[in-house]
Design a binder for this molecule. Structure first.
Ligand code: 5GP
Ligand code: ZN
Length: 123
């Protein structure tokens, strides 16, 4: 697999071809603020290398997936929300509303977060 995809938004952000607000980075990951924040703090963590989604990343490079998660933990510490709490989310597939086809971890916090999804209705 090539490390970047020419028409991928987050590959362009990783390369600096599209501007972003950096929050944290490692040799293999990059974290930046979500352009349309859904919480007081909303940061995206991506592997620099292109993987279509978290499922592909998990099967092809689980160590890199772990590094993405650890970067999310560091983001939470750096943003000062490690004690107050935070949510880490990978959206995968249409029902989850996934819109960008480069694996990314959402780190959300800084306020009381809403319900996760909606209450399950049985009847
Ligand atoms: P998804 O819905 O695929 O899980 O999440 C994609 C996220 O990327 C969304 O929260 C959206 O606001 C964010 N996003 C989309 N385009 C851009 C962009 O150009 N810059 C930044 N920083 N975030 C973006
Ligand atoms: Zn990409």
């Amino acid at each position: 697999m090539s490390s970047t995809e020419a028409d991928c938004l987050f590959c362009k952000i990783v390369l600096g071809d599209i501007p972003s607000t950096p929050v944290y980075e490692t040799g293999l990951t990059y974290a930046f603020r979500d352009i349309n924040a859904q919480a007081e703090i909303h940061v995206l963590v991506v592997p620099r290398q292109h993987y279509e989604d978290a499922a592909v990343l998990a099967s092809e490079d689980p160590a890199l997936l772990a590094e993405v998660m650890l970067a999310g933990v560091e983001v939470a510490k750096q943003e000062g929300i490690d004690e107050s709490g935070y949510r880490m989310v990978f959206n995968t597939g249409p029902d989850a509303g996934r819109t960008v086809f480069h694996a990314h971890l959402h780190v959300l916090g800084g306020e009381q977060l809403g319900l996760f999804g909606r209450p399950y209705r049985t009847g």
